[in-house]
Design a protein around this ligand. Structure first.
Ligand SMILES: *Cc1c(COP(=O)(O)O)cnc(C)c1O
Length: 421
């Protein structure tokens, strides 16, 4: 059974100050999970998690992760600015961009970020723009179909990211000729997987490549980045990935492949997003309408603008009606938002307890790729983000949008002036 990290009483209290809908994050659980990750990889001296900013781009949350020893993975200029704002610098930022616009490598280099090149043609692009730094990472794409024990996981051969094996060797040679001294290898092959053999399998692929790269080019490989992709149990019947087991399995491969090749000093990096934040953020919304036509509908005050994963890919997000956690699920509802789009549904044919107007609903596992994907369709405004702190108090970490934010880019003339203050 999946229970939310807040009670009805807590939400009623919070809603007095911050009206629904709002995002709520659980500081204690974020910290505990980050510590478990570090514990699982503590056998690797240089281990570091670079939180994928795109999952939850909030500097206050990044600050919490920073306190737990994490850096960040950025892929754009504004994400780099956020890293800079929380005081992250050399060795604490990974810049894993692709199709990188001009100017962004310069900013990344200025901050001392590890630059992770998506393609071999980015070498002259980087060199022309700001010169290559001393350490460069290359993103790898093995091509074909990526298979784990439980079958086909993904299709890297059809993905736009990374270099082919031959290009990896050539890229290292070119970079060495330009004076690069230390190298990284990065690859991201499967998204949102709870298969515990993903990281160990990926590790074997990358470690084997690393040994070959070192032997054939003489390059010094200082880190290998297993990137993101570890999933979370969105459904009540799924289990959390046992990260301790994953860490131990990666260690076995490390000792089997890297250590005998004299590469026992290679640091391991991760770039997890969903795993770090997903379960520890929830979207809290209120039932404001009910509708009985060909189906039973509950209209809530949040919509796909606040969380688009269900509308975008039919993603499952568990829903708890607060105060009715243990009530019988004897109703079947579509839980819907207010967009003029028929895919604006948080749940379809969901078994839930009877919902009364004014009930608070917790939409689980929205902490990553949730608020971040928000948009402003139908002129809908984005919600506040709140932090449930370890001492039980609540801190606003982003205010709700106001009409003036929606109209902010019309600040050049008189037409919208009266709405801008
Ligand atoms: C999205 C992304 C991540 C994080 O992915 P999760 O599925 O949230 O773990 C990490 N690295 C890169 C380069 C990404 O694009």
């Amino acid at each position: 059974m999946k229970l939310p990290f807040v009670t009805k009483e807590q939400v009623e209290e919070i809603a007095k100050t911050y009206p629904t809908p709002f995002y709520l994050y659980d500081e204690k659980a974020i910290r505990e999970n980050a510590r478990e990750l570090y514990e699982a990889f503590s056998w690797n001296k240089g281990f570091k998690e670079f939180f994928a900013v795109k999952a939850t781009p909030n500097p206050y949350l990044i600050q919490i992760l920073k306190e737990e020893g994490c850096g960040v993975d950025c892929s754009s200029y504004t994400e780099l600015l956020m890293a800079e704002a929380v005081g992250l610098g050399a060795g604490e930022i990974m810049f894993s961009s692709n199709e990188t616009p001009a100017g962004e490598f310069t900013k990344a280099k200025e901050l001392g970020a590890y630059i992770n090149l998506d393609d071999i043609t980015h070498i002259p692009f980087l060199q022309n723009e700001c010169g290559v730094p001393e350490t460069v990472c290359m993103r790898f794409n093995p091509g074909g179909i990526y298979e784990l024990e439980n079958g086909i996981m993904d299709n890297p051969g059809a993905a736009k990211y990374g270099c082919t094996p031959e290009q990896m060797f050539e890229a290292y040679r070119q970079l060495m000729a330009l004076g690069v001294k230390h190298f990284g290898i990065h690859s991201f092959l499967v998204s949102n997987t709870t298969a515990e053999d993903y990281y160990p399998t990926l590790a074997r692929t990358l470690f084997t490549l690393a040994v070959e790269l070192k032997e054939r080019t003489g390059a010094h490989i200082s880190f290998i980045n297993l990137s993101g992709g570890i999933g979370i149990p969105y459904r009540p019947e799924q289990e959390k990935v046992d990260i301790k087991k994953v860490g131990a399995a990666v260690r076995k491969v490390y000792e089997e492949v890297l250590v005998p090749a004299g590469m026992g000093d290679v640091s391991l990096f991760t770039e997890l997003g969903r795993f770090m934040m997903g379960p520890y953020g929830a979207l809290v919304t209120k039932a404001i309408h009910e509708k009985h036509i060909y189906k039973e509908y509950i209209g809530v005050d949040a919509c796909a603008v606040n969380l688009m994963r269900p509308a975008m890919y039919g993603a499952y997000h568990h829903i708890t009606v607060l105060g009715k956690e243990y009530a019988e699920k004897d109703h079947v509802y579509d839980v819907v938002g207010s967009l003029c789009e028929n895919n604006d549904k948080f749940a379809i044919d969901r078994e839930l307890p009877r919902i009364d107007m004014g009930d608070y609903l917790v939409i689980h596992d929205a902490g990553a790729h949730g608020f971040a994907m928000g948009y402003n369709y139908n002129g809908k405004l984005k919600s506040a983000e709140l932090l449930l702190k370890e001492d039980g108090s609540v801190q606003m970490i982003r205010r709700a949008e106001k009409p003036k934010d929606y109209f902010a880019t019309f600040d050049f003339g008189d037409l919208m002036k009266k709405y801008l203050s």
